[in-house]
Ligand binder design. Structure first.
Ligand code: GTP
Ligand code: MG
Length: 198
């Protein structure tokens, strides 16, 4: 899968306000600051398509990017940012839940997890909710440039084992780096294959 065109297509907080063209959507979710917006930019080869920040909580809206005039990448706000007031955290959680439960065009949700750390309870709870709702998802371990290859492999393996404690089979698993471009081809090829099955 090659991305030849990536265009910002709008931001919203409610699914009924998303872009009106009905096209397949691939969405990115994960804890605040895990690297969702950076990964979207890396996939699109476009440094400033999705806004990124060192401060967690940058993305507060659902952002749609139209790819090759035929499908969307969707940048979602991060969950679990401890420093936000409760009311803001709740509002963001509602934005996320509304999108995940009601966006009929979402074909796949990529759940991003920081490759440096063990799986956190908030990620495991989120993934378990997806399972209960039957939402198709894949996992991307991000910031793969921050660990050496041996430590990275060990962490990914450990996190997969943690997942296997509650899941019979692993979902598709990728490792990415927005810095080196690692994972770009694999993720795009996977999206291409899913699009071919629709
Ligand atoms: P919110 O929108 O706040 O939820 O964050 P986000 O998940 O969109 O994260 P964002 O892409 O804004 O990245 C957060 C920080 O991590 C930024 O300082 C990025 O430069 C950095 N970052 C993201 N991906 C990578 C990566 O693969 N490698 C390294 N080294 N840094 C990364
Ligand atoms: Mg973001």
């Amino acid at each position: 899968m090659k991305i030849s065109q990536a265009i910002y297509a709008g931001s919203c907080t409610r699914v009924e306000r998303k872009p009106s063209r009905k096209l397949p959507e691939f969405a990115f979710i994960g804890r605040s600051n895990v690297g969702k917006s950076s990964l979207i930019n890396m996939l699109c080869n476009h440094k400033k398509l999705a806004l990124t920040s060192q401060t967690p909580g940058k993305t507060k809206l659902i952002n749609h990017f139209l790819i090759n005039d035929s499908w969307y990448l969707v940048d979602l706000p991060g969950y679990g940012f401890a420093k936000l007031p409760d009311s803001d955290r709740k509002a963001i959680r509602e934005v996320i839940n509304d999108y995940i439960c009601n966006s009929e065009e979402m074909v796949m949700l990529f759940v991003l997890v920081d490759s440096r750390h063990p799986m956190q309870k908030i990620d495991l709870d989120f993934i378990s909710d997806l399972g209960e709702r039957g939402v198709p998802f894949a996992i991307i371990f991000t910031k793969g440039d921050k660990l050496g290859p041996v430590a990275l492999e060990a962490r990914v393996q450990e996190n997969c084992n943690t997942l296997l404690e509650s899941w019979e089979d692993l979902p598709p698993v990728f490792v990415s780096s927005a810095v080196s471009g690692k994972g770009r081809e694999e993720i795009l090829d996977y999206i291409g294959n899913v699009l071919n099955t629709l």
